[in-house]
Ligand binder design. Structure first.
Ligand code: DGJ
Length: 749
């Protein structure tokens, strides 16, 4: 079971957070500010590590803090929550604009509080614990005398995860209002710069592509200013040692539990100190803090691993799957669904939908999801958003009638919504044109002919809540897909005065979270899946409310290999919405086998995004087998330990595997991207197995391959040689050419 502890030594003023595997050490420095000493493998608890910080160095051109001495400069010190301009010239964690025009701050240590467990962050998503033994929390209060502002830095160390969760909280006890212009969730000064910087970047249809670059002097950053965490960059970065790979070596992951504008950066100074900073993007952020008011930053989570990138990811997976996701669906296997979007787009009526559902039921699908186009005048992109009542031309008996027909077939019913948006052609917009985010006197740009509702205003959130509440409470609805299809432009609010306009991006996200919180508590049995034009808001903030997310609109099996592989660095399989869609694929027009599409989609929540009536009998038989397979193995896939084995970003093969907690069962997914003739004999080392156990290995859950011990499979490898041109394959046609896949099912005897 182990232990999580926090010690404070009053004499050295050193804080030490630890569990059985990691330590995080800080101390109060001579200037009263907090210094960072160490984050890494567990250190003995009682030692004084003050010598880890470089406090006494004379260097030409340095500026010094104390009069008449050349020794103490913040520029040469590793700090915990730094600010620019008082001998440190790097980008800091905090900046406060003050009435006298200054932005210099000096936060000095006052006191600390150590408690068992982990407090909630009001209004914000955050990791949690279920009992006080699972974690310890340290809150350090610092104070800036001149402006009377308190800064409380919170750190939680978990017993079962090699993770530290952090946040910062500001309270203005002063006599004057101040403006927070930078309030990061995390700052970490590391003693060297021998790291690779990993980011996960892309665009619609190609989200979270892994990019690795050598850390170099200067700033490397990713971020979003789009009002959503975005397809472009994910609020997750990792630093790994150059020699670290998936199975061994040191890596540190940084993840922000937030869905709006963010910045994640590493600044390497000329002395090879690496400063990692993460939080709300300071551009477009200015929070007015009047006397007596407070501000809470989102949570950031840092994971340290010496077991390679898989070790880092497994910590994030388990922490987020079991202590970030909430509700009845957290620990349940996910229903196999069919979604009508790519089957019909906007062109449907009730009979067409029921026909799709009936066929889906015949092959074993459990949940029918009605996507966009079911409400008010919404028969295309230009109208209806904002008016959340059923279109009775298309659905004569409304959502209640359709859901009943679906339920009568023996299936659950799910519904698409996009609650944050409005079309100009809608009753809502006509009644409340100032309810969109906009800047007075400036043109408002559209995205997909829609505008973003001003969720910074509680009355707007209330209105939307009440209209969707009516739908959800009058029909039997088991699942909601919550979409968000555009970035925010000309951000501003008619509901707030000029001094608050810099708060609107953040207030908007707080409004989204507030609505999610209300609806998930009012409808605790509904399974929520978040979505933002595919994976534009695939972030930990969303997972606090919705335990799964549509990973990408691109459901081509080949493309999905990279998307899901990249996504897995921070997020578990159970979060990844993954469907089999029609071929040629609607996003990249590629033709791949049904088998490949299924073999990739299994490693997610699994479902279909097509009209099964259009498949041949033979294909329908294959679909039946896929559903049978997923029902048999989804517990293992969605809750097992996940390992990346072969990287599609650097090679022609993608491979991953999941292993059950008791190591008795495992599934390996093996995917060849392009076919080459006369390939070599290949062995691929597996991971996470019981070395002493003997595993029976079957290909695609059918063909017996043989019996092998865990030791053989992990040390020598599994034979993965494929049967490309020139050799006989046991599979047919496309299966053995490009985009070819195999699953290996392992069962311990
Ligand atoms: C974008 C989503 O990602 C799609 O799956 C679909 O729901 C459309 N929006 C509907 O407008």
């Amino acid at each position: 079971m182990g232990n999580a502890g926090i010690s404070f030594d009053a004499e050295s003023k050193q804080f030490h957070l630890y569990n059985d595997r990691i330590s995080y050490v800080m101390k109060v420095l001579r200037d009263g500010q907090l210094g960072q000493l160490y984050f890494g493998a567990r250190l003995p608890e009682t030692r004084d590590y003050g010598y880890f910080v470089d406090t006494e160095h004379y260097r030409p051109t340095t500026a010094y803090v104390f009069d008449n001495e050349y020794g103490f400069s913040r520029e040469h010190m590793r700090q915990e929550y730094p600010s620019y301009g008082t001998t440190d010239f790097r980008e800091g964690a905090v900046e406060i604009a003050q009435k006298d025009g200054s932005h210099i701050t000096d936060f000095r240590y006052v006191s600390q509080e150590i408690s068992a467990g982990k407090p909630k962050l009001p209004g914000l998503p955050a990791t949690y614990v279920e009992s006080d033994e699972e974690a310890k929390t340290l809150k350090i209060t610092l104070h800036d005398e001149k402006i009377g502002v308190d800064l409380v830095l919170s750190y939680t160390i978990f017993r079962d995860f090699d993770a530290i969760a952090r946040n910062a909280y500001f309270v203005n006890h002063g006599q004057e209002a101040v403006d927070l212009t930078r309030a990061m969730s995390l700052s970490l000064d590391l003693p060297d710069a021998d790291y690779d910087f990993m980011q996960f970047s892309g665009w619609w249809g190609r989200e979270r592509q892994k990019v690795v670059t050598k850390l170099r002097p200067g700033i490397q950053s990713v971020g979003s200013l789009r009002g959503q965490s975005s397809h472009v960059h994910n609020p997750f970065i990792a630093l790994k040692r150059p020699q670290t790979d998936e199975m061994q070596g040191e890596a540190i992951g940084f993840s922000l539990v937030y869905s709006g504008n963010f910045l994640a950066q590493a600044e390497v100074d000329t002395f090879d100190v690496t400063r990692v900073t993460m939080g709300i993007h300071p551009q477009e952020f200015r929070w007015h803090l009047a006397e007596g008011e407070s501000f809470q930053t989102p949570e950031a989570v840092m994971v340290w691993s010496d077991k390679g990138l898989n070790g880092m990811s497994q910590n994030f997976h388990k922490l987020y799957r079991t202590r970030l996701a909430r509700g009845v669906w957290r620990d349940k296997v996910r229903p196999i669904l069919i979604n009508n979007w790519e089957a019909t787009y906007f062109d449907f009526d009730e009979e067409k939908l029921v026909k799709i559902a009936k066929k889906a039921k015949e092959v074993g699908v459990e949940l029918f999801v009605l996507d966009d186009g079911w409400f008010s005048t919404r028969c295309g992109e230009t109208s209806g958003l904002g008016d959340w009542w059923p279109n009775t031309d298309r659905l004569p008996n409304g959502i209640a009638g359709l859901s009943k027909r679906i339920n009568d077939l023996g299936m659950k019913f799910g519904l698409w919504v996009e609650l944050e948006m409005v079309n100009k052609d809608s009753e809502l917009y006509r009644a409340h044109p100032d309810w969109i985010l906009h800047t007075a006197g400036r043109h408002s740009s559209h995205g997909r002919k829609q505008y973003v509702l001003d969720f910074s205003r509680p009355e707007v959130v209330d209105y939307i809540h009440d209209s969707i509440y009516k739908v959800l409470s009058t029909a039997n609805i088991d699942y909601i897909k919550w979409d968000m299809n555009r970035s925010i432009t000309e951000c501003g609010s008619a509901g707030w005065g000029p001094e608050h306009q810099g708060e609107i991006f953040h207030r908007y996200i707080l409004g989204v979270y507030a609505l999610y919180e209300r609806l998930t508590s009012e409808f605790p049995n509904i399974l929520f899946e978040s979505c933002a034009s595919g994976g534009g808001r695939f972030d930990p903030g969303m997972f606090y409310y919705a335990p799964q997310c549509w990973t990408s609109d691109d459901s081509d099996g080949g493309e999905r290999l990279r998307i899901q592989y990249g996504t897995s660095y921070a997020y578990p399989v159970s979060f990844m919405g993954s469907h089999v869609s029609i071929t040629p694929n609607h996003q990249v027009f590629r033709e791949t086998s049904l088998k490949l599409r299924g073999d990739v989609a299994y490693f997610g929540t699994f479902g279909y995004e097509l009209d099964l009536n259009k498949l041949s009998d033979k294909e329908l038989e294959e679909v039946k087998e896929q559903i049978h397979f997923m029902k048999k193995y989804r517990g293992l896939i969605q809750q097992g330990t996940y390992y990346r084995l072969k990287d599609p970003f650097t090679g022609n093969i993608a491979a991953w595997m999941v292993v059950s907690d008791d190591k008795k069962q495992a599934i390996v997914g093996y995917y060849k991207i392009l076919s080459h003739p006369c390939t070599p004999f290949t062995l691929m080392k597996l991971a996470g197995l019981d070395e002493a156990a003997e595993y029976d290995v079957r290909i695609d859950d059918k063909k017996e391959m043989g019996q092998f011990t865990g030791a053989e499979l992990m040390r020598a490898g599994l034979v993965t040689t494929d049967f490309s041109a020139g050799e006989q394959s046991h599979e047919e046609g496309k299966h053995c050419t490009d985009f070819w896949s195999r699953l290996f099912i392992l069962n311990a005897k």
